[in-house]
Design a protein. Structure first.
Length: 132
């Protein structure tokens, strides 16, 4: 689904991702994996708006339910702006910690450039296993 590269678009993307996650998995909104999906989607969408947008270009949210994980992909229009390496930040800095949160809450994440016009930043959250 496409969203406007605005704060409202990022909020809608987060809400859609959690809604779809709960529908597909049957887990409640307040389950830890749902919270992780909300957080990583919010950060990836916010980064797409802040660092990956060009005037008049939207970002795209793609969701995948895999056998053991839920994958969130956010595609924006700035392939030359790859996410920087994640490093600890001093406590007095007020921005730049979003990818630290993604690193902490996602079980895996990364970025892919497939063409000269877009990049996709993705994160995966493992699904709880059911004991037999």
């Amino acid at each position: 689904m496409r969203f406007s590269s605005t704060g409202r678009g990022a909020r809608l993307a987060r809400r859609l991702a959690v809604q779809q996650f709960t529908e597909w998995t049957g887990l409640p909104y307040d389950a830890d994996p749902a919270r992780a999906v909300a957080l990583v989607t919010a950060e990836l969408a916010s980064n797409a708006v802040r660092h990956g947008s060009l005037p008049g270009r939207d970002f795209r949210l793609t969701l995948h339910l895999l056998p053991d994980r839920f994958r969130v992909e956010v595609t924006d229009s700035r392939p030359e702006r790859l996410p920087p390496p994640v490093t600890a930040r001093p406590a007095d800095e007020t921005s730049g910690r979003g990818l630290l949160l993604v690193e902490a809450y996602a079980d895996d994440w990364g970025s892919t450039v497939r063409d000269a016009y877009t990049k996709t930043v993705w994160a995966e959250v493992l699904l709880p296993t059911t004991g037999a």
